[in-house]
Every structure is written in C-alpha cells, then in structure tokens.
Ligand binder design. Structure first.
Ligand SMILES: NC(=O)c1ccc[n+]([C@@H]2O[C@H](COP(=O)([O-])OP(=O)(O)OC[C@H]3O[C@@H](n4cnc5c(N)ncnc54)[C@H](OP(=O)(O)O)[C@@H]3O)[C@@H](O)[C@H]2O)c1
Length: 172
C-alpha cells in the first residue's frame, strides 16, 4: 500500500490556528480535492471527521471513495458516504483499505493522525502546501512524539503566486 500524507501548513509548520480554524487558499483546496478524488481511499482522525460533519456534502474529500476514520470509539455519527472506523491505529486502517482492493491511500490529518503514521514508519510520500501565514501558538504538525525522518524532494511548484507545493519521498 502506498501511503501519501497531504498537508496544508503555515510558514511556521502549523496546520491550524490555536482554535482549530484555518483559511487556506482556493488553490490548495483544489489541489487537495483533486488528489483525494484521484486516489479515493482516505484516512482521517476522529477530530477531522467531526469537523467535516459540520460542512456540506460538497466539501467531502472523496464522495465516490472509501474513508477510514481512526478512533477509539466503536460508533461515530454517520454521514452520506462510505466510512469505516479503525480502532487500532494506522495499520488497521491500511488493512481495511487493502481488503477493499485499494493500492494507495491519502492521510488527510489532523496532527495526531499524521503523527501516528509517521511514528510507525507508514508514510511513503508527503505533499505539503505552504501557505503565506505564520500562526504563533498554532497547532503544530507532527507534535507529541519523538521521531526523525529523512526526505527527498521530488517536486516543487507554485499553486499560485502565494502558495508553494513541496512533494517529498520519505526515505526508509
Ligand atoms: N492543515 C491541514 O491540512 C489540516 C488537515 C486536517 C485537519 N487539520 C486540523 O487539524 C486539527 C485536528 O487535528 P487533531 O490532531 O486534533 O485530530 P485528528 O488527527 O483529526 O483526530 C485525532 C483523533 O483520531 C484518533 N486517532 C488518531 N491516531 C490514532 C491512533 N493511532 N489510534 C486510534 N485512534 C487514533 C483519536 O480519536 P479518539 O479520540 O476517538 O480515540 C484522536 O483523538 C483541526 O484543527 C483541523 O482543522 C488541518
């Protein structure tokens, strides 16, 4: 299974303000949705899932695909899409999607979920959209765990005059 992490970040490595809010660019959103809809198999954490439940269905990342939500809860509120729950972390999420015949998946956050995948050495590539903000005291990417990873920069491009996309391979 090839595992992509798709992340939007401020210049100082924050994935949201302290209160969880963000206002990333339309170009980041377009690129993110097109990636999710191409891969169709998505993994997210319970907090990110609950944020999606407040949004219209048109914002759902992969309407025709399958999503696995990481959570210790056995039951979560449902929506109109195909959603599974993995109670035992990233490996179980991968297993669920593998059993459905998927060969690639995209981890769309948040912090605890990306950190879980990285800590277990389960990521293959990172796509990072760097947005022109600094969020002092914001929610940091990959916090709460000690690990180190070497990366190879595969590609960099401008999504707009203001947003840069960096695409890395995780060296194992
Ligand atoms: N910038 C971006 O690209 C981006 C993308 C997505 C989200 N975000 C932001 O990220 C923030 C949410 O991040 P977050 O770290 O609080 O939440 P999260 O990763 O979305 O969800 C965390 C929850 O997922 C479950 N979980 C995570 N790892 C697990 C594991 N190994 N095993 C079992 N369950 C696991 C746990 O659920 P239980 O508590 O149910 O056990 C945990 O409390 C929001 O502010 C959102 O706006 C930013």
């Amino acid at each position: 299974m090839k595992v992509y992490l798709y992340i939007a970040s401020s210049l100082n490595g924050c994935i949201a303000r302290k209160d969880g809010s963000t206002n990333w660019s339309a170009e980041d959103n377009t690129s993110y949705l097109s990636f999710c809809r191409q891969i169709e198999a998505v993994v997210m954490g319970r907090n990110t899932y609950e944020e999606y439940l407040k949004l219209p269905d048109s914002d759902w990342p992969n309407p025709k695909g399958t999503t696995v939500v990481l959570s210790s809860k056995k039951i979560l509120p449902v929506n109109n899409f195909q959603v599974h729950i993995a109670n035992n972390g990233p490996k179980e999420a991968i297993e669920i999607l593998q059993n459905l015949g998927k060969k690639e998946l995209i981890v769309i956050g948040g912090n605890k979920t990306w950190t879980s995948f990285m800590k277990e050495g389960l990521g293959d590539e990172i796509i990072l959209d760097v947005e022109p903000y600094i969020f002092g005291g914001g929610i940091s990417l990959f916090s709460g765990s000690v690990f180190e990873t070497n990366l190879e920069l595969l590609e960099r491009k401008f999504l707009s005059s203001q947003t840069v996309q960096l695409h890395y391979r995780i060296i194992k």
